[in-house]
Ligand binder design. Sequence first.
Ligand code: PLP
Length: 417
Amino acid sequence: MSDKKPMHPDTKLVLGGRRKEWLRGMVNVPVSRTSTILFDSVEEIHAAYPPEDGRLSYGRNGTWTQWSLAEALTDLEPGAAGTRLFPSGSAAVSIALTSVLGPGDELLMVDSAYGPTRHFCDRELKRLGIATRYYDPVATPEELEAMISDKTRAIFMESPGSLTFEVQDVPAICAMAKKRGLTTLLDNTWATSFFFPAIAKGVDLAIVACTKYISGHSDLMMGAVTAAPSHWERLSRTGRSFGQYVSPDDAYLAARGLRTLGVRLRQHELGAVKVAHWLKDQPQVERIIHPAFADCPGHEFWRRDFLGSSGLFGFALKGAETQRATGWSRAWSYSALATAGADSKASPSRQSPIPSAPHPNVITAVRWCAFTSVSRIPTTSSRIWPRPLPFIQQAEASIRKKAAQKGRLKRVDGKPP
Ligand SMILES: Cc1ncc(COP(=O)(O)O)c(C=O)c1O
């Protein structure tokens, strides 16, 4: 047994994918653009195939710029075999699904899935002869098991769900699926592997839209799928067969974003919780839908399994206020397409995406945002947090100390700090 101390996730973020042979003397793995690779002999060409990360063969198979990012993402998922990159989060979802499903198969898809994921199932999978059955995001593993037929091949989870934020019991669903020989896929975009290492929880294919928190600066599109050893070969083969590729420039930017994922996510978390608490007290607001709030469906699974919450949550307006949602959205919006950068956005949801959901007036607030200004801070963690997170408390203490030193601290309740 190795007596090496496991690396802290923050350290992994900084060191991941920085192999000496890829750095070649530089601090960051450089952008290497190419389509064609030059070889010195026919033997070398033969040795370069089949394509493999870490071995130059042809531009589409990547260079160290893409391999390094993929390796850094894999490092965040204990137990994973590897990561493949895709030109968008949606491409990552659709290729991951295609890698495990074939004609005649059936997929169990969570009813709170991201809209385009749903469209892919209802249009493309259907066209390929693959049936999708939607399940309630709060379904227990037993209820899900009762839905399994002899055609069911896979269960897709998104936790928390898009817009309605139900948190699923991912480990229990995975354990049940494994027993029944089914593949599990998880859209882990909200938490990322940093707040929810999915492979260690039993997920076979963990998907992240790197467009959001991984990149973190609203300037690129990318997706990633990290696979358990049992699913790596198939995922890799399918990705290559569909010619999936990301540019080295985007891979470089995403890797640069990844290095600061920890500090950004914690700031997202603080900002979102502050805004959610402010919204909770507004007369127009019916309820907050945030996994860290005790009344969020599946909050107990968030408490048990997640290492933090991110910047995206929802709120439901009281009926009459729904008409003003667009105005609210504009008032909140600093950028029309804010995506996990240092800006905020609220976007109205026309209808709840879940026909059976009890909150039709859902607004997705603070979409992938970070609040960088800390002129007003929450009074105490225990007031805003259902559970005290040590790093939130530390962050608050340090913010309070610095602000007090500079004499610019204002408490929300107006009392001196
Ligand atoms: C949960 C979730 N999954 C997947 C995606 C798709 O990512 P992309 O926009 O990179 O295709 C998004 C985009 O908002 C998302 O919110």
